[in-house]
Write a protein that binds this ligand. Structure first.
Ligand code: PSU
Ligand code: MN
Length: 301
Protein backbone atom coordinates (compact mmCIF):
# COMPACT_ATOMS: atom_id res chain seq x y z
CA UNK A 1 0.00 0.00 0.00
CA UNK A 2 1.15 3.50 -0.80
CA UNK A 3 2.23 5.12 2.47
CA UNK A 4 0.50 8.42 1.70
CA UNK A 5 -1.39 10.51 4.25
CA UNK A 6 -3.59 13.18 2.69
CA UNK A 7 -4.76 15.45 5.52
CA UNK A 8 -8.52 15.47 6.21
CA UNK A 9 -8.78 19.12 5.06
CA UNK A 10 -7.01 18.40 1.76
CA UNK A 11 -8.95 15.18 1.17
CA UNK A 12 -12.28 16.92 1.81
CA UNK A 13 -11.43 19.83 -0.51
CA UNK A 14 -10.36 17.47 -3.31
CA UNK A 15 -13.50 15.35 -2.88
CA UNK A 16 -15.69 18.48 -3.09
CA UNK A 17 -13.77 19.95 -6.03
CA UNK A 18 -12.62 22.92 -3.94
CA UNK A 19 -9.23 24.55 -4.66
CA UNK A 20 -6.03 23.12 -3.18
CA UNK A 21 -2.44 24.36 -3.62
CA UNK A 22 0.63 22.25 -2.82
CA UNK A 23 3.61 23.89 -1.09
CA UNK A 24 7.12 22.44 -0.88
CA UNK A 25 9.06 21.93 2.34
CA UNK A 26 12.71 22.21 1.23
CA UNK A 27 12.23 25.97 0.99
CA UNK A 28 11.32 25.80 4.72
CA UNK A 29 14.08 23.42 5.88
CA UNK A 30 16.96 24.37 3.58
CA UNK A 31 15.90 27.46 1.61
CA UNK A 32 15.15 29.91 4.43
CA UNK A 33 17.16 30.47 7.62
CA UNK A 34 15.79 29.78 11.10
CA UNK A 35 13.80 31.17 12.83
CA UNK A 36 12.19 33.15 9.97
CA UNK A 37 11.43 29.88 8.19
CA UNK A 38 8.69 28.72 10.58
CA UNK A 39 6.88 32.07 10.57
CA UNK A 40 7.14 32.09 6.78
CA UNK A 41 5.76 28.55 6.45
CA UNK A 42 2.80 29.50 8.63
CA UNK A 43 2.24 32.72 6.68
CA UNK A 44 2.30 30.80 3.36
CA UNK A 45 -0.55 28.58 4.58
CA UNK A 46 -2.48 31.57 5.91
CA UNK A 47 -2.32 33.39 2.54
CA UNK A 48 -4.01 30.37 0.96
CA UNK A 49 -6.62 30.11 3.71
CA UNK A 50 -7.44 33.82 3.31
CA UNK A 51 -7.98 33.18 -0.41
CA UNK A 52 -10.35 30.29 0.35
CA UNK A 53 -7.79 27.70 -0.77
CA UNK A 54 -6.62 24.65 1.20
CA UNK A 55 -2.84 24.34 1.69
CA UNK A 56 -1.23 20.97 1.06
CA UNK A 57 2.31 21.40 2.36
CA UNK A 58 4.21 18.29 1.29
CA UNK A 59 6.91 16.42 3.25
CA UNK A 60 7.98 12.95 4.39
CA UNK A 61 7.55 12.21 8.09
CA UNK A 62 8.52 8.97 9.80
CA UNK A 63 8.44 7.01 6.57
CA UNK A 64 5.12 8.34 5.28
CA UNK A 65 4.38 10.76 2.44
CA UNK A 66 2.35 13.73 3.67
CA UNK A 67 0.10 16.06 1.68
CA UNK A 68 -1.17 18.59 4.22
CA UNK A 69 0.55 19.00 7.59
CA UNK A 70 -0.70 19.68 11.10
CA UNK A 71 0.78 22.76 12.84
CA UNK A 72 3.08 20.45 14.84
CA UNK A 73 4.26 18.69 11.70
CA UNK A 74 4.99 22.06 10.04
CA UNK A 75 7.04 23.02 13.11
CA UNK A 76 9.04 19.77 12.80
CA UNK A 77 10.02 20.66 9.22
CA UNK A 78 11.18 24.12 10.28
CA UNK A 79 13.09 23.11 13.42
CA UNK A 80 14.46 19.56 12.99
CA UNK A 81 17.64 18.80 11.03
CA UNK A 82 15.98 16.73 8.34
CA UNK A 83 17.19 15.54 4.96
CA UNK A 84 16.51 17.21 1.63
CA UNK A 85 14.62 14.67 -0.47
CA UNK A 86 14.33 14.63 -4.23
CA UNK A 87 12.36 11.94 -6.04
CA UNK A 88 15.16 9.40 -6.01
CA UNK A 89 15.41 9.69 -2.22
CA UNK A 90 11.74 8.87 -1.61
CA UNK A 91 11.98 5.04 -1.66
CA UNK A 92 14.99 5.21 0.64
CA UNK A 93 13.30 7.56 3.14
CA UNK A 94 10.15 5.41 3.12
CA UNK A 95 12.10 2.16 3.40
CA UNK A 96 13.99 3.47 6.40
CA UNK A 97 11.07 5.18 8.12
CA UNK A 98 12.94 8.49 7.84
CA UNK A 99 11.76 12.10 7.58
CA UNK A 100 12.71 14.76 5.11
CA UNK A 101 11.75 17.92 3.30
CA UNK A 102 10.73 17.63 -0.33
CA UNK A 103 12.21 19.56 -3.26
CA UNK A 104 10.15 20.87 -6.17
CA UNK A 105 10.68 17.49 -7.86
CA UNK A 106 9.56 15.37 -4.89
CA UNK A 107 6.74 17.76 -3.97
CA UNK A 108 5.40 17.59 -7.53
CA UNK A 109 5.45 13.78 -7.49
CA UNK A 110 3.71 13.53 -4.10
CA UNK A 111 1.16 16.24 -4.90
CA UNK A 112 0.30 14.31 -8.05
CA UNK A 113 -0.18 11.08 -6.06
CA UNK A 114 -2.55 13.01 -3.78
CA UNK A 115 -4.46 14.46 -6.75
CA UNK A 116 -3.34 18.09 -6.33
CA UNK A 117 -2.82 19.96 -9.62
CA UNK A 118 -1.40 23.38 -8.63
CA UNK A 119 1.82 24.03 -6.71
CA UNK A 120 3.51 27.26 -5.57
CA UNK A 121 7.22 27.58 -4.85
CA UNK A 122 9.87 30.31 -4.85
CA UNK A 123 12.29 29.28 -7.57
CA UNK A 124 12.76 26.07 -9.53
CA UNK A 125 15.96 24.09 -9.60
CA UNK A 126 17.65 24.03 -12.99
CA UNK A 127 20.89 23.72 -14.90
CA UNK A 128 23.86 24.92 -12.85
CA UNK A 129 26.58 27.14 -14.28
CA UNK A 130 29.43 25.06 -15.71
CA UNK A 131 27.03 22.11 -15.93
CA UNK A 132 28.89 20.98 -19.05
CA UNK A 133 31.72 20.03 -16.68
CA UNK A 134 29.82 19.09 -13.51
CA UNK A 135 26.65 17.58 -15.07
CA UNK A 136 24.77 19.37 -12.25
CA UNK A 137 21.18 19.70 -13.43
CA UNK A 138 18.32 19.61 -10.92
CA UNK A 139 15.95 16.65 -11.07
CA UNK A 140 13.23 19.34 -10.85
CA UNK A 141 13.44 19.60 -14.64
CA UNK A 142 13.17 15.92 -15.56
CA UNK A 143 10.41 15.32 -13.02
CA UNK A 144 8.39 18.23 -14.42
CA UNK A 145 8.60 16.48 -17.78
CA UNK A 146 6.72 13.55 -16.26
CA UNK A 147 4.27 14.91 -13.69
CA UNK A 148 1.04 16.80 -14.52
CA UNK A 149 1.48 19.64 -12.05
CA UNK A 150 1.24 23.37 -12.69
CA UNK A 151 4.03 25.04 -10.73
CA UNK A 152 4.15 28.78 -10.09
CA UNK A 153 7.67 30.13 -9.54
CA UNK A 154 9.64 33.32 -10.09
CA UNK A 155 11.72 31.44 -12.64
CA UNK A 156 15.11 30.19 -11.54
CA UNK A 157 17.81 31.95 -9.58
CA UNK A 158 20.75 33.57 -11.24
CA UNK A 159 22.94 31.09 -9.34
CA UNK A 160 21.95 28.84 -12.28
CA UNK A 161 22.50 28.99 -16.04
CA UNK A 162 19.11 30.45 -16.94
CA UNK A 163 19.46 30.12 -20.72
CA UNK A 164 20.48 26.46 -20.42
CA UNK A 165 17.58 25.81 -18.04
CA UNK A 166 15.10 27.24 -20.56
CA UNK A 167 16.66 25.13 -23.32
CA UNK A 168 16.29 21.99 -21.19
CA UNK A 169 12.63 22.81 -20.46
CA UNK A 170 12.11 23.08 -24.21
CA UNK A 171 13.80 19.72 -24.85
CA UNK A 172 11.75 18.11 -22.08
CA UNK A 173 8.55 19.53 -23.66
CA UNK A 174 7.54 21.42 -20.52
CA UNK A 175 5.34 24.43 -21.40
CA UNK A 176 6.54 27.74 -19.91
CA UNK A 177 4.03 30.57 -19.48
CA UNK A 178 5.05 34.12 -18.58
CA UNK A 179 2.47 35.42 -16.11
CA UNK A 180 1.96 39.00 -17.23
CA UNK A 181 5.41 39.01 -18.83
CA UNK A 182 7.22 38.23 -22.07
CA UNK A 183 10.53 37.57 -20.35
CA UNK A 184 11.60 34.92 -17.86
CA UNK A 185 12.19 36.30 -14.35
CA UNK A 186 15.37 35.43 -12.45
CA UNK A 187 13.93 35.14 -8.97
CA UNK A 188 15.37 38.13 -7.06
CA UNK A 189 15.35 40.15 -10.29
CA UNK A 190 12.23 40.83 -12.32
CA UNK A 191 13.73 40.17 -15.73
CA UNK A 192 16.48 37.68 -16.66
CA UNK A 193 16.72 39.10 -20.19
CA UNK A 194 15.59 35.76 -21.66
CA UNK A 195 12.51 36.03 -23.87
CA UNK A 196 9.55 33.68 -23.52
CA UNK A 197 7.33 32.48 -26.35
CA UNK A 198 4.05 32.70 -24.42
CA UNK A 199 2.46 35.20 -22.11
CA UNK A 200 -0.77 34.72 -20.12
CA UNK A 201 -2.59 37.47 -18.29
CA UNK A 202 -4.66 35.78 -15.66
CA UNK A 203 -5.59 32.56 -13.88
CA UNK A 204 -8.33 31.58 -16.34
CA UNK A 205 -5.82 31.49 -19.19
CA UNK A 206 -3.61 29.11 -17.19
CA UNK A 207 -6.58 26.87 -16.33
CA UNK A 208 -7.53 26.74 -20.02
CA UNK A 209 -3.98 25.60 -20.89
CA UNK A 210 -4.24 22.92 -18.16
CA UNK A 211 -7.50 21.64 -19.64
CA UNK A 212 -6.02 21.54 -23.13
CA UNK A 213 -2.97 19.71 -21.83
CA UNK A 214 -5.21 17.07 -20.28
CA UNK A 215 -7.25 16.74 -23.45
CA UNK A 216 -4.04 16.14 -25.39
CA UNK A 217 -2.97 13.49 -22.89
CA UNK A 218 0.46 15.10 -22.48
CA UNK A 219 2.69 13.99 -19.62
CA UNK A 220 4.55 17.15 -18.67
CA UNK A 221 3.66 19.71 -16.05
CA UNK A 222 3.37 23.43 -16.76
CA UNK A 223 5.75 26.14 -15.53
CA UNK A 224 4.11 29.48 -14.72
CA UNK A 225 6.82 32.14 -14.45
CA UNK A 226 5.61 34.95 -12.19
CA UNK A 227 8.01 37.90 -11.86
CA UNK A 228 8.26 40.10 -8.81
CA UNK A 229 7.12 43.70 -9.56
CA UNK A 230 10.13 45.84 -10.52
CA UNK A 231 9.85 48.03 -7.40
CA UNK A 232 10.23 44.97 -5.16
CA UNK A 233 13.25 43.34 -6.79
CA UNK A 234 16.67 43.12 -5.14
CA UNK A 235 19.04 45.98 -6.00
CA UNK A 236 20.79 44.61 -9.11
CA UNK A 237 24.22 45.89 -7.98
CA UNK A 238 23.86 44.17 -4.58
CA UNK A 239 22.63 41.06 -6.37
CA UNK A 240 25.55 40.90 -8.81
CA UNK A 241 28.19 41.32 -6.09
CA UNK A 242 26.68 38.67 -3.81
CA UNK A 243 26.22 36.24 -6.67
CA UNK A 244 29.82 36.52 -7.84
CA UNK A 245 31.16 36.03 -4.31
CA UNK A 246 28.84 33.11 -3.48
CA UNK A 247 29.72 31.25 -6.68
CA UNK A 248 33.43 31.74 -5.97
CA UNK A 249 33.03 30.44 -2.40
CA UNK A 250 31.13 27.33 -3.57
CA UNK A 251 33.89 26.72 -6.08
CA UNK A 252 36.66 27.13 -3.50
CA UNK A 253 34.91 24.72 -1.12
CA UNK A 254 34.50 22.16 -3.90
CA UNK A 255 30.82 21.59 -3.11
CA UNK A 256 28.93 19.01 -5.14
CA UNK A 257 25.50 17.36 -5.30
CA UNK A 258 22.55 18.45 -3.25
CA UNK A 259 24.60 20.72 -0.96
CA UNK A 260 25.26 23.23 -3.73
CA UNK A 261 21.87 24.95 -3.89
CA UNK A 262 21.32 25.37 -0.09
CA UNK A 263 24.89 26.68 0.28
CA UNK A 264 24.45 29.32 -2.42
CA UNK A 265 21.07 30.45 -1.05
CA UNK A 266 22.36 30.81 2.52
CA UNK A 267 25.59 32.52 1.44
CA UNK A 268 23.67 35.09 -0.59
CA UNK A 269 21.44 35.83 2.42
CA UNK A 270 24.61 36.41 4.49
CA UNK A 271 26.33 38.52 1.82
CA UNK A 272 23.31 40.78 1.28
CA UNK A 273 22.81 41.31 5.01
CA UNK A 274 19.38 39.68 4.79
CA UNK A 275 18.12 41.80 1.86
CA UNK A 276 17.85 38.74 -0.38
CA UNK A 277 15.82 36.97 2.31
CA UNK A 278 13.24 39.74 2.46
CA UNK A 279 12.89 39.62 -1.33
CA UNK A 280 12.74 35.80 -1.21
CA UNK A 281 9.74 35.98 1.12
CA UNK A 282 7.93 38.50 -1.10
CA UNK A 283 8.50 36.19 -4.07
CA UNK A 284 7.11 33.10 -2.35
CA UNK A 285 4.04 35.02 -1.14
CA UNK A 286 3.47 36.52 -4.58
CA UNK A 287 3.63 33.07 -6.19
CA UNK A 288 1.25 31.60 -3.61
CA UNK A 289 -1.34 34.28 -4.41
CA UNK A 290 -1.11 33.53 -8.12
CA UNK A 291 -1.30 29.76 -7.48
CA UNK A 292 -4.40 30.32 -5.34
CA UNK A 293 -6.09 32.19 -8.19
CA UNK A 294 -5.15 29.45 -10.68
CA UNK A 295 -6.39 26.66 -8.38
CA UNK A 296 -9.64 28.56 -7.87
CA UNK A 297 -10.14 28.99 -11.61
CA UNK A 298 -9.24 25.31 -12.17
CA UNK A 299 -11.72 24.09 -9.57
CA UNK A 300 -14.48 26.04 -11.32
CA UNK A 301 -13.95 24.36 -14.69
N1 PSU B 1 15.54 27.44 -5.53
C1 PSU B 1 15.16 28.40 -4.67
N2 PSU B 1 14.84 28.10 -3.38
C2 PSU B 1 14.84 26.80 -2.95
C3 PSU B 1 15.20 25.78 -3.89
C4 PSU B 1 15.53 26.16 -5.16
O1 PSU B 1 15.12 29.56 -5.05
O2 PSU B 1 14.56 26.54 -1.78
C5 PSU B 1 15.13 24.35 -3.49
C6 PSU B 1 13.86 23.74 -4.07
O3 PSU B 1 13.34 22.81 -3.14
C7 PSU B 1 14.37 23.02 -5.31
C8 PSU B 1 15.72 22.55 -4.83
O4 PSU B 1 13.54 21.96 -5.72
O5 PSU B 1 16.22 23.64 -4.07
C9 PSU B 1 16.64 22.21 -5.98
O6 PSU B 1 17.80 21.64 -5.46
P1 PSU B 1 18.86 20.96 -6.45
O7 PSU B 1 19.46 22.11 -7.20
O8 PSU B 1 19.84 20.28 -5.52
O9 PSU B 1 18.09 20.01 -7.30
MN1 MN C 1 22.20 19.50 -8.23
Amino acid sequence: MLPLDVSPEVAAALADGRPVVALESTIISHGLPRPDNLAAAQRFERILADAGVVAATVAVLDGRLKAGLTPDELTRIATEDIAKLSVRDLPIALGRGASGATTVAATSAIADLAGVRVFATGGLGGVHRKASESFDESADLSVLADVPITVVSAGVKSILDIGATLERLETLSVPVLGYGTETFPSFWLTDSGHDLDWRVDGPDEVAAVMSARDALGQRAGIVVANPLPLDQQLDPAVHDRALTDALRMADEQGLVGKEVTPFLLQTIVDLTGGDSLAVNLLIAENNIRVAAAIATSWSGR
